[in-house]
Ligand binder design. Structure first.
Ligand code: RB5
Length: 148
């Protein structure tokens, strides 16, 4: 079964629940690690918890959310092995997979997107990593984790 992990801070709980429902309807097993409700939580804690869960293995990808999607993206990209892409249209959704082979995607609950979040997720899921020259570039990106 396809499996994803999802997490949000207080800035995107409704969108997080909407995405979780959407993915369940698309036959994904969803591990939802919160948050629920309006109580403020710190997005780095949320991002780290989701990344640690992902790294246990068995997940196809992860979804992170905060008010803008920016904070969780920055935090997640500090975790070894994580490539989190902040999606904003269908092209970024496609390239995040085809060129960057992202293992996390992120959205903002307070962002007004010109294209539907479900459509962006469908595009990401429906795209394959192109490999080739992008393997080399990803290897260089991941080597930065060791060097810096
Ligand atoms: C929380 O108010 C807000 O800063 C957070 O959700 C996110 O937008 C940070 O990048």
């Amino acid at each position: 079964m396809k499996k994803i992990v999802i997490a949000s801070d207080h800035g995107a709980v409704d969108l997080k629940n909407d995405i979780a429902d959407f993915l369940r309807k698309n036959n994904f097993e969803v591990t939802d690690i919160g948050t629920e409700g309006p109580a403020a939580v710190d997005y780095p804690d949320i991002a780290l918890a989701a990344c640690n869960e992902f790294k246990k293995g068995g997940y196809d990808f992860g979804v992170l959310l905060c008010g803008t999607g920016i904070g969780v993206t920055i935090a997640a990209n500090k975790v070894k092995g994580i490539r989190c892409a902040l999606l904003f249209d269908l092209y970024s959704a496609e390239m995040a997979r085809a060129h960057n082979n992202a293992n996390f995607i992120a959205f903002g609950g307070r962002i007004k997107y010109a294209v539907g979040v479900h459509e962006m997720i469908e595009k990401f899921i429906g795209t394959s990593f192109e490999g080739g020259r992008h393997e080399r570039r990803i290897a260089k990106m991941m080597a930065i984790e060791q060097e810096c």
